[in-house]
Write a protein that binds this ligand. Structure first.
Ligand SMILES: Nc1ncnc2c1ncn2[C@@H]1O[C@H](COP(=O)(O)OP(=O)(O)OP(=O)(O)O)[C@@H](O)[C@H]1O
Length: 251
């Protein structure tokens, strides 16, 4: 693979990034950087640009202006090299697709090569280890759609683990997820961060954030605020991002 990380650079560096879809402004000079070993919660209302930010970090959406760097290099190359892992929103996945849980996790091993390469012993070992880590080894042969919401998320986290991603992007990982899966995913993410991964999580679950994240970002097309979760989650700051008064005061 042709990805060459630059030592000492941030895991993710998004600088002054603007993205339009036609006339719709999705990101407006968004600036954000994230270091290895850190978990960052991304908070913003529907349509505030969270998924677009993820797509920019994956090199799938090209900014109109501004720059995105992953470990100092090109985001698309980082994704193709397996450096960036993605746990999609449930809505974005075709759950009827005829693949097993093991197949989904194996996809993390193929990178840009597609399915033309036969898995080697080391690929099988990495997949088995990742399934163990998310506590899904016993369900490896099930079709992916035959898992609960939380188990599906864990399967995609396992894909990121199997590919050895150093940047993990999770889009609403706790939506429709039972408490056990939430606890497993939270514990795993902390372990992955302790191993040096940089983790960006979009979530509407504001209560879970202080236990989950080291830092938080409020997004409303722009980055309104980036800091410690306790500070970012203050009612007046949340009100700014969501355009409402969460304390119930009259404007
Ligand atoms: N492919 C697209 N074509 C046109 N407009 C788009 C497209 N994708 C996103 N948008 C628009 O860009 C803006 C940002 O969308 P985005 O999906 O990034 O927000 P989000 O914060 O992830 O929302 P949600 O919480 O609902 O998932 C929205 O106004 C959305 O309607």
């Amino acid at each position: 693979m042709t990805f060459h990380p630059i030592p000492g650079s941030s895991a993710v560096d998004v600088r002054d990034v603007t993205v339009h879809y036609g006339d719709v402004l999705a990101l407006d000079k968004a600036t954000l950087s994230l270091d290895p070993g850190r978990i960052c919660g991304l908070i913003g209302m529907n349509g505030s640009g969270k998924s677009t930010l993820f797509k920019a970090v994956m090199g799938i959406v090209k900014p109109d202006s501004g720059t995105v760097r992953v470990f100092g290099g090109s985001p698309a190359e980082a994704r193709r090299a397996g450096t960036v892992g993605y746990v999609p929103q449930s809505e974005g996945v075709d759950w009827a697709f005829p693949v097993s849980v093991r197949d989904v996790v194996m996809m993390g091993r193929y990178g840009g090569l597609g399915f033309t390469r036969r898995p080697r012993a080391e690929d099988h070992d990495a997949v088995a280890a990742a399934l163990d880590r998310v506590e899904l080894a016993h369900l490896a042969d099930r079709q992916i759609g035959q898992l609960s919401g939380g188990q599906r998320k864990r399967a995609f986290v396992a894909r990121g683990i199997a590919q050895g991603a150093s940047v993990l992007l999770l889009d609403e990982p706790f939506a429709g997820v039972d408490k056990r899966s939430e606890a497993t995913i939270t514990r795993l993410l902390r372990e992955l961060a302790d191993d040096g991964a940089a983790i960006l999580i979009s979530t509407h679950d504001l209560h879970a954030l202080p236990d989950l994240a080291d830092e938080a970002v409020l997004l409303l097309h722009r980055v309104l605020m980036h800091g410690a979760p306790g500070e970012v989650l203050k009612a007046e700051n949340i009100a700014l991002a969501f355009g409402l008064d969460v304390l119930g005061r009259k404007p």
